[in-house]
Ligand binder design. Sequence first.
Ligand SMILES: NC(=O)C1=CN([C@@H]2O[C@H](COP(=O)(O)OP(=O)(O)OC[C@H]3O[C@@H](n4cnc5c(N)ncnc54)[C@H](O)[C@@H]3O)[C@@H](O)[C@H]2O)C=CC1
Ligand SMILES: CC(C)CC(=O)C(=O)O
Ligand SMILES: [Mg+2]
Length: 358
Amino acid sequence: MYKIALLPGDGIGPEIIPQAVRVLHAVGQRFDREFQCETALIGGAAYDATGHPLPEETLEVCRNSDAVLLGAVGGPKWDNLEPHLRPERGALLPLRKQLGLFANLRPVMVNYALADASPLKYDLVAGLDVLIIRELTGGLYFGEKRREDLPDGGQKVVETLEYTTQEVVRVVRLGFEMAQKRGKKLTSVDKANVLESSRLWREVVEELAQEYPDVELNHILVDNCAMQLVRNPKQFDVMVTENMFGDILTDLASQLSGSIGMLPSASLGGGVALYEPIHGSAPDIAGQNLANPLATILSVAMMLRITFNLEEEATAIERAVDGVLQQDYRTGDIMQPGKIRLGTVEMTDAVIRALRQE
Ligand SMILES: NC(=O)C1=CN([C@@H]2O[C@H](COP(=O)(O)OP(=O)(O)OC[C@H]3O[C@@H](n4cnc5c(N)ncnc54)[C@H](O)[C@@H]3O)[C@@H](O)[C@H]2O)C=CC1
Ligand SMILES: CC(C)CC(=O)C(=O)O
Ligand SMILES: [Mg+2]
């Protein structure tokens, strides 16, 4: 029996999570595994129901589970709340911190059937397989923030970017370890020409590199990195970077795969791992059966592989996703001429059919 906490959240979250759960149960049926799911409130939905975006009860459900599957939080309805009540700052960031999830693994894989959906040329992206590791519980998003009124009537704002050596070591070490298991190539992304935090980051990377002589190490400045991801993404294998750089670079990298609706993620570090698509709550398409459920379905595959060690089951989901794309099924975000357009539910139906027919 595997216990999973479900946190649908806001926007398209309550549409994609139930679809991913259907896939989970279909895989359970095929491989005779039982998954027990418990749903809890988070984000704007939790605020509306309880007055707090991250109720203690939700944290308890997460802590009592083997893994967490999250949709997304936030939306215009809650944008004007006090910062500590907003879904992103009041729920998502504290959830990651409280669960100790310091490493966010974001694989960027480009299915051959989807390479044409990328704005880049086919050969630049087809078959791409890059792993971006984003530090998840430090940096600017978590530092002290304050505003001061100025005599000229304006304001001054202070955001603090903090990292300790230990916080950098643990995520960079994971980067080296993942590189050892993959192409033995690690790119560390920073802004060491201006940021002190990046200088510390680079020092730590250099020191740890001594322990991994078999891994080819490169440093790259984040601005150049953004450019190189578009110019020639296949030069990268494993990349490791701080929180905000990783956030931004992975949204950019998602376009290599055709859509942000394709990229799953795993957040690791504490006792309970959390899995979520890299996208947000997409309020612009919420409630219309338009959301691409594949990033969330692929996040379930990551959960099965990483937390439950169910390699065969994880691969079955990934093959089913490959299968539907090869059969030309597309949601709106990856739609191309001549392909078959499906909604959120119908795309999931197709994945489940493929899973059963394998
Ligand atoms: N992990 C989380 O809970 C995250 C929450 N957010 C929050 O989500 C809200 C919306 O943020 P945005 O900047 O608009 O980013 P977003 O990722 O929600 O949407 C960006 C664009 O991508 C599209 N998109 C996203 N996911 C899609 C999917 N599965 N299928 C098809 N199209 C998809 C959206 O329709 C939109 O046009 C904000 O409140 C933001 O703070 C943003 C990122 C992560
Ligand atoms: C609140 C943000 C840090 C969420 C986000 O953009 C992400 O985690 O990718
Ligand atoms: Mg983001």
